[in-house]
Design a protein around this ligand. Structure first.
Ligand SMILES: [Zn+2]
Ligand SMILES: [Zn+2]
Length: 336
């Protein structure tokens, strides 16, 4: 039984290798009219298929092991069996190491999934071999229990691989290291006093697109600022290989009233919830009162719902100077 499971496992490996190879080739296709963002996500899809195959093997092995526990068969051990299993372990270990280093070099989730698969196979086959040896010398049917343990191991590895390939397909939070490096690059420009609303879309390895808002002085020269922004877009493209669009937000820095009010609003927003932050603060004076217009960034785990949050902030803004100010709020989610 254990050997049959192992053989079945090897067959599914051949299948997953083919899927990975085909996926890699398809993902490498150039962008075309119908797919201007390229075909990179196909690699995540092939990785997902491989992960599902790993899960299938885990389920099958688990089922067979449980059956074997209830219907034990005598263990037969020959020199040939031992030799074949040992060779199989060696090959699997080598494949795992090879695919792991390759996946690091080309940053491929599909290849990482294959490496995980090979490693779990090596462990599975080792357990099969060990249990056969134990069964041979003691008569105890260890191979069924070993099979069950291995099935659990394979299922766990498969689930991890599913998550690794599913996350980028759904769109996941970008690597915080990358975000920090991008922010550093942007903030190196003295004309830019801040940034917000950074969004990165991942269309597959090496194919990302992002947009961000850069805060520039409201009184600055538009032509000069635009030149800075254009240069920054090119710089980001060169450094990170990410196509970038930057939106300019004018920030009033030389007006004491605006600055004081912005600080007051920052403070009261943090009172509502310490995780909240604001940006794009501006004010428009009307006849009876002044509108304070700003965006509030709301984290996904914020306990208040949008309505409560807006109410709470507006009430506090109204209380600022006897109802002199009204808040016009736009709620934002953070994409990084
Ligand atoms: Zn903005
Ligand atoms: Zn432009």
């Amino acid at each position: 039984m254990a050997i049959t499971a192992d053989a079945f496992n090897n067959l599914s490996d051949a299948g997953s290798s083919v899927i990975t190879l085909v996926g890699f080739r398809l993902a490498g296709q150039r962008a075309d009219k119908n797919h201007p963002f390229g075909h990179g996500r196909l690699e995540y899809l092939s990785g997902l298929l491989v992960s599902l195959l790993i899960l299938l093997v885990g389920v099958e092995l688990g089922k067979a092991s449980v059956q074997k526990i209830f219907n034990p068969e005598p263990v037969v051990l020959t020199a040939l069996t031992v030799g074949v299993l040992a060779a199989s372990i060696g090959i699997k270990l080598w494949m795992s190491v090879f695919n792991r280093s390759l996946s690091r070099r080309v940053k491929s989730a599909a290849m990482a999934a294959v490496a995980t698969d090979s490693l779990s196979d090596a462990v599975a086959t080792s357990a099969v071999l060990l249990s056969l040896v134990i069964g041979h010398f003691t008569g105890f049917h260890a191979d069924a229990w070993a099979g069950l343990l291995v099935a659990a191991f394979i299922l766990r590895a498969g689930w991890g691989a599913v998550r690794d390939t599913l996350d980028p397909l759904l769109g996941k939070t970008p690597d915080p290291e990358l975000v920090r490096a991008i922010e550093e690059t942007v903030m190196r420009h003295s004309d830019i006093s801040g940034l917000h609303d950074l969004v990165i879309h991942d269309y597959g390895p090496g194919r990302s697109i992002m947009s961000l808002h850069a805060e520039v002085p409201a009184g600055g020269d538009l032509m000069a600022l635009h030149e800075t922004i254009d240069a920054l877009e090119r710089e980001l493209k060169e450094r990170f290989g990410i196509e970038t669009t930057i939106h300019m937000d004018p920030i009033v820095t030389d007006d004491g009233v605006t600055t004081a009010l912005r600080e007051a609003v920052e403070h009261l927003v943090r009172e509502v919830n310490p995780q909240l932050s604001i940006h794009d603060f501006r004010m428009t004076a009307g006849r009876t009162h002044t509108n304070l217009i700003f965006d509030v960034v709301v984290p996904f785990n914020c306990p208040l719902n949008d309505r409560e949050l807006e109410q709470s902030v507006r009430t506090r803004v109204r209380a600022l100077e006897d109802g002199k100010y009204d808040a016009v709020i736009q709620l934002d989610r953070s994409y990084v």
